[in-house]
Ligand binder design. Structure first.
Ligand SMILES: [Zn+2]
Length: 381
């Protein structure tokens, strides 16, 4: 069985003869005398596509055979046309080759090994067994993109047993012959059975998205090629919105956002001070009152608590403060010494509410109208 994908990574259509077709739970397992469908392996997902008019859903290598899981039967002995899903394959080759470039650069600089590799639906995760700083990553990313722009060839071959000892390559442990070597320009040499682009330029671009510490090393999230383009185009659209919102130049949005954030913090502080003054003044207006039921619009629950505390200091009874919310009212019952638990319990039961707290400080919400709240307190003076 000829592995056409190793002979030409750009081969998308081919003709082959069906050598076997067996029914299984998920469809039909088809074998061919030659195939361009890459099977799952080496951390790289398999190809999908069509074969003789039926869909190829999955491809695996088992006991030296390449099994194509198809959704329909094919006739043994017949010649069939195979067509692989090129968009999927090219994307996977871009990610995989990009990973080689970065892993090669990291290995040459720090001696670290790639200890994990996963191509997800949106981003690729690559793990290394040593720490890398943000500044070092920025340099590595630039070097990786420079390696792409050099458009150097990617060479894959199996050295003879005599030749192999003379070949330098990246591997976590010694491998028995035959070893397939992938030489990516002058940046990487690695034992790998995966499938790669033919020239580094096809990777297009490499962008590292994040770096997190992981078991003494790091896990990088990165994107290459078409994924990197889509990701950066989406970021650009978001930045345009930020730019328009803050009336800032596209390359100065970060600074503008920081300034707005600082101004917002100052305003919040000023607003809190004003609220405290208003609350003190409101409380002073109730000086000497007994029990007070007070409604105040648009307060946060923290402000409801603050106002109730203020009023409870100037009255002889309790303070009940309410502020309207989308679902009803937020409330706080406060007094200097009186136990308000019974009142709170009765109120939440009557007004469809919930809450609790300390004996002299009850808080929560009620799903009731202002009229119903006033009627409750009129009946419980
Ligand atoms: Zn590879």
């Amino acid at each position: 069985m000829k592995k056409l994908f190793y002979e030409d990574c750009h081969l998308t259509e081919f003709t082959a003869t069906v050598t076997g077709c067996e029914k299984c739970d998920k469809g039909y397992l088809v074998t061919l005398d030659a195939t361009a469908f890459y099977p799952e392996g080496g951390g790289q997902a398999c190809d999908t596509g069509t074969l003789g008019g039926v869909k190829v859903l999955d491809v695996r290598e088992k006991d030296g055979k390449l099994l194509h899981l198809c959704d329909g039967a094919l006739t043994v002995g017949e010649a069939v046309e195979g067509r692989i899903d090129w968009a999927r394959r090219f994307d996977l080759m871009q990610q995989h080759t990009g990973e080689h470039i970065l892993s090669g650069l990291i290995n040459a600089r720090f001696g670290y090994h790639n200890t994990g590799f996963h191509v997800g639906a949106d981003v690729m995760e690559v793990d290394f067994d040593g720490p890398i700083t943000a500044a070092e990553l920025a340099e590595l990313e630039r070097e990786a993109n420079e390696a792409i722009w050099k458009n150097q060839p990617v060479k894959c071959w199996i050295p003879s047993p005599e030749e192999l000892p003379g070949v330098t390559y990246r591997t976590k442990r010694p491998l028995p012959w035959p070893v397939r070597i992938v030489q990516v320009g002058d940046v990487d040499s690695c034992a790998c059975c995966g499938i790669h682009v033919a020239h580094t330029g096809e990777v297009g671009i490499i962008k590292i998205l994040s770096c997190a510490s992981l078991r003494g090393g790091v896990r990088l999230e990165m994107v290459c090629g078409s994924r990197a383009y889509r990701y950066m185009a989406a970021i650009f659209d978001q930045n345009r919105l930020v730019s328009q919102t803050f009336s800032a130049k596209m390359l100065e949005t970060g600074e503008a956002a920081q300034k707005v954030q600082e101004a917002l913090t100052r305003e919040k502080q000023r607003c809190a001070e004003l609220h405290s003054k208003v609350f003190a003044s409101t409380a002073a207006g109730y000086e000497g009152f007994g029990n007070v039921v007070h409604f105040e619009p648009s307060l946060t629950s923290a402000q409801v608590r603050e106002l109730a505390t203020c009023i409870s200091q100037t009255v002889t009874g309790f303070a009940a403060v309410f502020s309207e919310t989308e679902a009803g009212f937020a409330y706080c019952l406060a007094s200097r010494e009186a136990d308000l638990r019974e009142l709170g319990k009765k109120m939440t039961a009557t007004l469809n509410g919930r809450g609790g707290g300390k004996p002299n400080f009850q808080q929560g919400s009620v799903a009731a109208t202002r009229e119903a709240i006033e009627a409750f307190f009129a009946g419980n003076p």
